[in-house]
Design a protein around this ligand. Sequence first.
Ligand SMILES: NC(=O)C1=CN([C@@H]2O[C@H](COP(=O)(O)OP(=O)(O)OC[C@H]3O[C@@H](n4cnc5c(N)ncnc54)[C@H](OP(=O)(O)O)[C@@H]3O)[C@@H](O)[C@H]2O)[C@@H](O)CC1
Ligand SMILES: [K+]
Length: 493
Amino acid sequence: MRDWDAFTISNLPISSIDLMENAARACVTWLEDHEFLYSEKFTIFCGKGNNGGDGLAIARLLGERNKKVQVFILEFGQPGTADFQTNLQRLHGSEVDIQYLQEGGDLPEIFPDSWIIDALLGTGTSRPATGRLEILIDFINRSGCPVCSIDLPSGMPADFSIGPFNSEGQPYFPSVRAKVTLSFQSYKPALLFAENAAYTGLVHLLDIGLSSAFLKSTDPDFEGVDQEMASGIIEPRSPFAHKGNFGHALLIAGSVGKMGAALLAGKACLRAGCGLLTFQSPETERSILQTGLPEAMLLTGHIDANYYRSIGCGPGLGQSAAAATLLEQILNEVKRPMVWDADAINLLAVQTEWQKKIPPFTILTPHPKEFDRLAGISINESERWNSARALAISKQWIIILKGHHTLIAMPGGKAYFNTSGNAAMAKGGSGDVLTGLLTGLIARGYTPEKAALLGVWLHGRAGDFAASEWGMESVLAGDIIDQIGNAFMEISS
Ligand SMILES: NC(=O)C1=CN([C@@H]2O[C@H](COP(=O)(O)OP(=O)(O)OC[C@H]3O[C@@H](n4cnc5c(N)ncnc54)[C@H](OP(=O)(O)O)[C@@H]3O)[C@@H](O)[C@H]2O)[C@@H](O)CC1
Ligand SMILES: [K+]
């Protein structure tokens, strides 16, 4: 982010103070467009870095709109940054009340019915808050006033989880609890971790005019998957092709009582566009599969695994000895990337000698608990993300770590986070849909890397369409499948 700022300042005719003004204006415009400006009073807490400079500029702009504004500047024992000082001078000419908070001094008296603007610390946070800063963060959190944090909730480091949490529920990094966080230009990793969400509140990204040339000139090792990226991956379906051109997928899925998972994966697999689908499932469950998904075939005997263009393993498979034998046979025969999920991953965590047989670029789709079984327990989400990235490199697997912002860690070291999807998808069966979709996309001809990015995006967008039809509480995994077509059409047009 700092490199991006510096690139913009040296390549665009814009100074850092003007960039700060852009940032403050973007915040106030957002506030004007939302309920915040119905409030007449604002209490603004500023540090002495550039985040505090943003707070001072916001104070001036709110003052110009005839709002009642109090500013409290926390003395860190350092002079402010140059842009902080410039904004302090600009503010001195206004009606805004400015007070300084000293180490050891009294806590401030604030308007009880104001909104708090939190501009104590931003991306410069380098360590857990202590002393006066920690006391002030606690004071803000107990004030009962709604809080709007600028760039990041103060105290939250830009790249990490604020946890682990102690027995009283206090995080290792004491942080402001915001109702809304207005962040500049791009997601900081901290804004993506589910365990930080109670502190970030709703996150809104604001465009402050950072140079797009910078993004084109670099290949960041961490990037968001968005509609533009998904549209760039999708390949049109040739009008001259037949079903054999779109690949034959094999799903090793289902066991007694868990055939629903197999069906969900199978339907999603075919919705991904592949030509043919065969299940390897228990013979006794034949009628469920053939009634539930007549488009698919069923295999109960020996598998010639190399016949299939893609293989997905795990949905509803269970962890029986028979399932383990089947997977071991697959591992001994198959040399091309597969998709492994659910019980296949749980078995892999136990049968550690299998791990070296997993073909490179195989996609694994664990949820956090499955991942911890595979890679060891992480103390927080940022550690888990780092662990997933390291495992993807060391094993040459593609790891899709499912979550609110699903992480996609590539064997080459690059990682992506997904920006589609919603909490309505946190229900049984949703993961089976993703596994089927990924298996179908590989059969359809996408490389595993492209299938991972496209599949995760489509799955999330289908979930978004399903949530807008059924509401956040009532989406079923099958509803996600029904919307895969709409998600495809959105990025194909
Ligand atoms: N660059 C630009 O053009 C633009 C930047 N913008 C804004 O700038 C923000 C980044 O500004 P920044 O780099 O000055 O960092 P910021 O977070 O304000 O403070 C760092 C200071 O805090 C200190 N400190 C750290 N941790 C601490 C702790 N626990 N307890 C106590 N002190 C602690 C740290 O001390 P140090 O670690 O060096 O000892 C340093 O003195 C960014 O988030 C955005 O809001 C926008 O205006 C857009 C244009
Ligand atoms: K802040």
